[in-house]
Ligand binder design. Structure first.
Ligand code: UDX
Length: 471
């Protein structure tokens, strides 16, 4: 394999995982970030984000990794430069592109003499490839006072990694999508990803190769299609989850059980079993932002996107439904103590962006409830990011349950399955558990003395106290 020189601008989730993965595959990677605190951590071999396996992979790839705040130390020699900076939402839902703009300028000012592929890995609006190209060109010509011809090409290479499984998803992707107009750029990226495509690298012990893993398909596309693939994938997954939640709400009314329904439809290969888990709905840094951006793009081109719009409405309404479930059980929320199990938007991350738990906490607080919360890793982040929210944080789930009127499970951390549920029930003022992820064993909870309320389970099922006798 030919080792290539790579620069990655931005060491957030996507940037750092990409950089570390490419370094592990044998490329020489320089990561650029403006944040001195992050750089200091990275240089000590520590990851600034919580991501299983990331520090281990950083360690294995250490010899191929450098960190700097200087474009001059990364870009001039690079054959490939990734733009992996943040694109947070503006109030109107459109993405804030100031960091992409700054990165494109920085790259243009430091382009070397060799051919370089500038790759957009940030999720950017459709058409950004052309825009980035003009920014890089302008910055180059502004600095050197000469035309830059054929020195660089822009490509789009969207990322599909999931937080909490980022290393696994980077090493064993379902597909790699590369969009570019210039065939030379496609060839460079093919060579860059060759070890991934052929799966010719040794699998790290902490991230074993899935069984029956074959070559990874490389999808080549034009720039606009590659950009649209990213939005369409995230929007589709958001729609899929909202769809099952909509059916779950009906299942509650008609006395059906959504997990049976999900299995019954999911085994149809055209539908697929994944992303049909009903519950409090989606959160995180991607789905909310990307669906909003897709709708904003539609509007820009005079097109309404009612399906994506509805997926958002169903999703955010689902959070209110959790509060309604508590209210239905407790009648009055004012003055009640509610314990939230889980704050992170999903397990194995401390990420609280668009986390349903915080939204639910706010709604409960507005109705006068006392809110407590436990999370195995996200408490520090919550204290830091939401100092104004009057939530009491607990390191110990049993202490959280003490004298509480209800528990609401928001994040399906695996350790919640192993809690001492009889002791939890004993500690509470009222042993009520709303399982916002249908994650716990309903029978075990009933036996522990809980009243158990799930999502998408008909009322007679939910309130049934005696487990069905065997035989
Ligand atoms: C997602 C995409 O999966 C990834 O491809 C993209 O690059 C970024 O966005 P991520 O946000 O890390 O990744 O999380 P993911 O595991 O996809 O879950 C998103 C949200 O959907 C979570 O809040 C999760 O709890 C929720 N979810 C997921 C459900 O409510 N039901 C499901 O069946 C699946």
């Amino acid at each position: 394999m030919k080792s290539m020189k790579v620069a990655v601008i931005g060491t957030g989730y996507v940037g750092l995982t990409t950089g570390v993965t490419l370094a592990y595959l044998g490329h020489q990677v320089t990561c650029v970030d403006v944040d001195p605190a992050k750089l200091a951590l990275l240089r000590q071999g520590k990851a600034p984000i919580y991501e299983p396996g990331l520090e281990e992979l950083m360690e294995l790839a250490r010899a191929n990794l450098r960190y700097t705040d200087q474009y001059a130390e990364a870009v001039p020699e690079a054959e490939v430069v990734f733009i992996a900076v943040g694109t947070p939402s503006l109030p109107d839902g459109s993405p804030d592109l100031q960091y992409v703009r700054a990165a494109a300028r920085g790259i243009g000012e430091h382009l070397g003499n060799g051919f370089c592929v500038v790759v957009n890995k940030s999720t950017v609006p459709i058409g950004s490839g052309n825009w980035v190209e003009s920014l890089v060109r302008e910055a180059y010509e502004g600095r050197y006072g000469r035309k830059c011809r054929g020195q660089f090409a822009v490509a789009s290479n969207p990322e599909f990694l999931r937080e909490g499984s980022a290393i696994h998803d980077s090493l064993y992707p379902d597909r790699i999508v590369v969009g570019a107009e210039d065939p030379k750029a496609l060839e460079v990226l093919y060579n860059l990803y060759r070890p991934l495509i052929e799966q010719s690298f040794p699998a790290p012990t902490f991230a074993p190769r899935p069984e029956r893993m074959e070559a990874v398909p490389l999808i080549t596309a034009d720039l606009a299609s590659a950009e649209l693939i990213k939005y369409a994938a995230n929007a589709f997954l958001s729609v899929k989850i909202s769809f099952i939640n909509e059916i779950a709400n009906l299942a509650e009314r008609v006395g059906a059980d959504i997990s049976q329904v999900a299995r019954g439809i999911g085994l149809d290969n055209r539908i697929g079993t994944r992303f049909l888990q009903a519950g409090v709905g989606w959160g995180g840094s991607c789905f909310g932002k990307d669906t909003a951006a897709l709708i904003a793009t539609g509007q820009e081109y005079g097109l309404a996107m009612p399906i994506v719009q509805a997926a958002r409405e169903v999703n955010y309404r689902q959070r209110e439904r959790m509060v309604e479930k508590l209210q239905r059980e407790l009648k009055i929320l004012k003055g009640r103590t509610i314990g939230l199990l889980g704050l992170a938007f999903k397990p194995n991350t401390d990420d609280l962006r668009d986390a349903p738990a915080l939204d639910i906490a706010r709604r409960l607080i507005e109705r006068g409830a006392w809110v407590r919360a436990h999370d195995p890793v996200a408490l520090d982040n919550a204290r830091r990011s939401y100092p104004d929210l009057p939530i009491t944080y607990y390191e110990d789930p049993l202490a959280l349950a003490e004298e509480a009127d209800a528990l609401l499970l928001v994040t399906e951390w695996s350790q919640y399955r192993k809690l001492d549920w009889p002791a939890m029930a004993q500690a509470m003022r009222r042993p009520l558990l709303v399982d916002g992820r249908n994650f716990l064993d309903r029978r075990a909870l009933l036996q522990a003395g809980f009243r158990y309320v799930g999502v998408g389970v008909g009322e007679q099922e939910a309130s049934e106290v005696q487990p069905v006798a065997e035989g």
